[in-house]
Ligand binder design. Sequence first.
Ligand code: CU
Length: 417
Amino acid sequence: MNHRSSNETPAVGRLSVARVKARRFGQCALVATGAIALLGSCATNAPQDTWQPKGPNAKMIDDLQQPVFAVAGIIGIIVSVAVAYVIWRYKDRGQPIPEQTHGKPALEITLTVIPALILAVVGVFTFRVIFDLARTDDTQLVINVTGQQWWWEYDYPVQNEWGITQPIISSGQLVMPAGTKVLLRETSRDVIHSYWIPALNGKRDAVPGRIHTLRLEADEPGIYAGQCTEFCGLSHANMRMEAVALSKEDFARWIANQQAAYQAPAEGTLAKEGEAVFLNQCVRCHQVDGLKRPDGTLAIAAPDENVWSGAAPNLTKLMTRNTFAGAMFDLLRDACRDDVWKADSAEFGVKYLAGVDEACLNVNDLRAWLRNAPEVKPMYANPALLTETNGKYRGMPNLGLSESDIDKLVAYLLTLK
Ligand SMILES: [Cu+2]
């Protein structure tokens, strides 16, 4: 039976030139997209590659995803080839409609049972990994992680076995000992964020009012990159993080330095003038532990009165980190940064713990930040809201500082290490 009337024009003949062009463009776009996706897998410098686990938790996930990917891949290929064959073999060439049958129980049962068995096996292994990744009873070190627009705060509760005798508060870079079962306790101060260091484990949402745990362990010292992976507003893409794994000895050094007492800059220096500017302009949001006002009282920040999320990064040891503003900017200049990032694991600790000195400071980005932070990191979709703050800011405001105040502040910030 031929159900196309013989006097109809063939399909191609009806296409206008414009439609042919549009179709060609569509085909090219499809091929280009596929090629880009494929070429992306050739990247050599891919610090957030989920196929390169650098610790036992990520390894567990990888050991599961490799065989599942292989099985799914083989099935995917079989199904695609079968579909392509059927499309080609049975395409309408005007042949009669084949004899119609109702069902084929043997085939249908087989095609139901096989996938069910495959899914059951995958399910058993998946559950095992999920439970293993949820364990908290073998924890060796606890670190609290709090997300807010658009940076992460890390605080280390007192843990005498690690020499942590007073709480340590840091931001941007999570510092942890290598070869240690670290447990993050995550929460958020505003919207939902999600913590993800692909080389060390999967993702875990940070939700206001809740505490979620995430195991992290790195085999080797080094820096492991990640980024917030739950859309959290305008600068979501600028909310990054880095886990820094140090050898146990280097971690002990880091802990000792984080707890070291505040060293006020010497009288008569530019840094001392910077301290005064800091007390005037910055201390209402940023805590520097041990910093005193001229009258000898301790300066206590009140970010809850000045920032919507109720927090601003603790700057006590700013120059011991090598990024700032949610790891959006490097605090280290390129050459110095590469020196730290590419150090082999034997000398990594030495280079990381040296901290940022004047020669290595990425002074341009830091000055741009102090000059007008919302200009370099978007914080308000509606610029009118920049000035209408109702007394509270989102992120770091533009403080209208003079260049000479910025000179002083940079000199002061360099002493915080
Ligand atoms: Cu976020």
